[in-house]
Design a protein around this ligand. Structure first.
Ligand code: AMP
Length: 396
């Protein structure tokens, strides 16, 4: 199937060609025709599968076909995080480049003055985070009576972050006649429950977690004894001459700051990215990373979604994620646009349970490796054995 099958307007096709896309991805093949038919969609697709274009492209087409002059927003795209909202905005602008469709983005942390200005004009597409969107609605700055399509992106994350009550209020302020599109990394019971609340007879599209399909990402794990062992391994890998750019994921903001300091003193061009930073400095850091002025970004899971930098060669799980979904999101930061990438996980004794969950979720075992001279004190199997016997702290 090629993009021509969708019969997009020439302006959209031109942007697709310029983006360098040859064929639609799996999620695009399945979603685009259905969205063009105005169906409600519940889709499970990870970031990295081309899911943004899967909804943005048909939305643009539908907007171009609808000639009604209204104040808008005609399309509402709700994202759990500011980073993802900015990411979606970049995609919308890219694909709408040759159209006169206009877009605004409102997220927490942005000045209200600027947002009020953005909202004072007729608007086709509004991209927003839930809290700020609700605030602006309550202030009477936005109305949803013209909204014909509403997208809830990364619905699982919205649930995790406690945004459902806000979404419900926003949804109740719409005509409820709009086409609803919901995307989520997973389709578990809680996601299905909110889907049944907001969507009418949705078509369910499921794209398997693309882990084996992440064939361009080489995943491996290293058992570690302690923090010092992690640091030494990390420095070993950062010295790899094939490393172009890397993201290192830590469990906490403090850990991210601390590791950034350590690496800074080892002459790596490094910066931290986490939720304690102001929106301004977060955006600045991401932009510097995009321009390759920062080689190594040390981030919390906040950054695991919505960062689309093509040349990230290495992702490190310095601390293992607690949720299997986050593992997929994290490693999906590398191997973008069919490039090769490495995902390296440091597994300490307390991470064993997380590792098991990840392997169960992805249906694959991550290969355990060792660096000569940097082996863990005890092997993984011995550790597992010890654990079975009900004892053992690490190091043994
Ligand atoms: P997403 O899953 O939306 O985060 O997209 C992941 C990456 O895939 C982005 O860098 C997109 O530019 C890229 N992409 C989207 N659609 C295609 C396609 N049909 N062919 C190649 N790359 C694509």
């Amino acid at each position: 199937m090629s993009f021509e099958t969708f019969n997009f307007t020439a302006a959209i096709n031109k942007a697709i060609t310029e983006s360098g896309y040859k064929d639609p991805t799996e999620i695009q093949k399945k979603s685009i025709p259905e969205i063009l038919l105005n169906k409600h969609i519940l889709a499970s697709a990870q970031t990295g599968t081309g899911k943004t274009a899967a909804f943005v492209l048909p939305i643009l087409e539908l907007l171009l076909q609808d000639k009604n002059k209204v104040r808008g927003p005609r399309v509402l795209i709700v994202s759990p995080t500011r980073e993802l909202a900015n990411q979606i905005t970049d995609s919308v602008k890219k694909y709408a480049r040759y159209t006169n469709i206009n877009t605004a983005t409102v997220v927490g942390g942005m000045s209200y003055k600027l947002q009020n200005k953005l909202l004072s004009k007729p608007l086709d597409i509004l991209i927003a985070t839930p809290g700020r969107l609700l605030d602006l609605f309550k202030q009477g700055k936005i109305k949803f009576k013209d909204t014909k399509i509403m997208v809830l992106d990364e619905a699982d994350k919205m649930l995790d972050m406690g945004f459902v009550p806000d979404i419900r209020k926003i949804f109740n302020a719409t005509t409820k006649q709009q086409q609803m599109l919901m995307f989520s990394a997973t389709l578990d019971n809680s996601v299905s429950k909110i889907a049944s609340e907001f969507l009418t007879n949705p078509l369910t599209i499921s794209i398997k977690p693309d882990t084996k399909g992440h064939s361009n990402i080489q995943q491996s794990l290293y058992y570690v004894d302690n923090q010092l062992h992690k640091q030494n391994l990390l420095k070993h890998f950062l010295a790899d001459t094939n490393l172009n750019q890397a993201i290192i994921f830590t469990a906490t903001k403090r850990q991210a700051d601390k590791l950034t300091d350590d690496l800074y003193h080892s002459d790596f061009k490094t910066a931290a990215l986490h939720g304690d930073m102001s929106q301004g400095s977060r955006t600045k850091t991401i932009n510097r990373f995009k321009r390759n002025e920062i080689k190594v970004l040390v981030a919390t899971d906040l950054a695991s979604r919505g960062i689309d930098v093509k040349d990230i060669t290495h992702v490190f799980n310095y601390d293992m994620p607690r949720f299997a979904e986050d593992y997929i999101h994290r490693i999906g930061r590398t191997g973008r646009a069919n490039k090769k990438g490495l995902a390296l996980s440091f597994v300490s004794p307390t991470d064993r349970e997380h590792l098991r969950k990840i392997e169960r979720f992805t249906g694959m075992k991550i290969e355990a490796k060792v660096i000569p001279g940097m082996e863990p004190t005890k092997g993984a199997s011995e550790h597992a054995e010890k654990k079975k016997r009900g004892g053992g702290r690490w190091p043994f």
